[in-house]
Design a protein around this ligand. Structure first.
Ligand code: ACM
Length: 260
C-alpha cells in the first residue's frame, strides 16, 4: 500500500486558507493512507477556551467535508486533527475519513501543557480499524510519550499507525523509531511547521514529519521548516512479523505478570 504524510503550515484560525494550502500540497498525489497534522486547519496556540469553542465542529462539520474531498481526490483514507465538540465538551480529536464516510473520531488521551485548560481528555477506547484489509490505528501527538498507547494498539494487531502531531519538543521524531522497533509496526508522524506567538506562548513547531518501518528504518522524512508531502510504498504485512530473533517475539515474550 501507499502511505504518506502532509506537513503543513497552518495560519491560526483561518480554516479556509489552511484547507487551500493542503489542496495545493496534495495536487497529483495518489495514496491509500494520508495523514495530516494535529489541528491542521485551526492552529494550536489558543489563549482562551472561547477560541477553541469558536473553531470546534462535530463529525459532520467543515473539516470532515474537506477530508472527504481530499479522500475522493487522492483515493486515500485521510486522518487529520480537528477540534471536536460533543455535548458541550471540547476535545483535541482527529477524524478518520474514507471517501464520503467518516469512519470514526479519536480524542487525544494525553493532553499536553495548556491543552489541559482548553480540552476534555479523550474518553474513547484505543481501537484498530480494518480499512481495506489493513489494520490501522491512531494516536495524537503527545500520546507518543506513553508507550502503552502503541503497545495497546499493537496487541490489537496494529500494522500502520497514523500519528497527527503538533510537536514543539525535540524528542518525538527519535522516539518513534523506538515505538516502531518495540512493536514492529509502521508509523506515520505528520507534524506541522511554523511559529505561533499568541498570548503568553510562543511555539515553534518542529516539522521533520516521518514514516518509520518495523525495523526502525526511516522510510521518509520532511524538512524542519517547509511544507512537504511524502508518499512511500510499504508491505504492511511486514508488521505481522514480531520476531527480533528466532527466539524473541516482541509481543508473545512479554511478562505482564512482572509489569506492576
Ligand atoms: C503536543 O501534544 N501537541 C505536543
Amino acid at each position: 500500500m501507499k502511505i504518506g504524510f502532509i506537513q503543513n503550515a497552518p495560519l491560526f484560525g483561518d480554516k479556509e486558507r489552511n484547507f487551500e494550502g493542503v489542496r495545493t500540497l496534495v495536487k497529483g498525489v495518489r495514496a491509500d493512507l494520508l495523514v495530516l497534522p494535529e489541528l491542521f486547519a485551526t492552529g494550536y496556540t489558543f489563549t482562551s477556551k472561547a477560541e477553541t469553542l469558536e473553531l470546534a465542529e462535530d463529525q459532520s462539520g467543515r473539516t470532515a467535508d474537506f477530508l472527504k474531498e481530499i479522500s475522493l481526490q487522492t483515493g486515500a483514507t485521510l486522518v487529520g486533527g480537528f477540534i471536536e465538540i460533543d455535548k458541550e465538551r471540547v476535545y483535541n480529536s482527529l477524524l478518520i475519513v474514507s471517501g464520503n464516510t467518516v469512519i470514526d473520531t479519536y480524542r487525544k488521551l494525553h493532553l499536553f501543557n495548556k491543552e489541559h485548560l482548553w480540552f476534555t481528555p479523550g474518553d474513547k477506547p484505543l481501537k484498530v480499524y480494518n480499512i481495506n484489509g489493513v489494520r490501522i490505528g491512531v494516536m495524537i501527538c503527545f500520546d507518543w510519550i506513553f508507550p502503552e498507547v502503541c503497545r495497546t494498539l499493537a496487541l490489537q494487531g496494529l500494522q500502520v499507525l497514523a500519528h497527527p502531531s503538533n510537536l514543539v519538543l525535540p524528542y518525538c521524531q527519535y522516539a518513534m523509531v523506538t515505538r516502531c522497533i518495540e512493536n514492529r509496526i509502521f508509523a506515520i508522524t505528520a507534524n506541522r511547521i511554523g511559529q505561533e506567538k499568541r498570548g503568553e506562548d510562543d511555539f515553534t513547531f518542529t516539522g521533520g514529519s516521518l514514516i518509520c518501518g518495523p525495523d526502525g528504518t526511516i522510510l521518509a522524512s520532511a524538512p524542519l521548516d517547509e511544507p512537504f508531502v511524502s508518499v512511500v510504498e510499504i508491505n504492511e504485512n511486514q508488521a505481522d512479523n514480531k520476531m527480533i530473533t528466532a527466539y524473541n517475539d516482541v509481543l508473545k515474550d512479554r511478562r505482564p505478570e512482572f509489569y506492576r
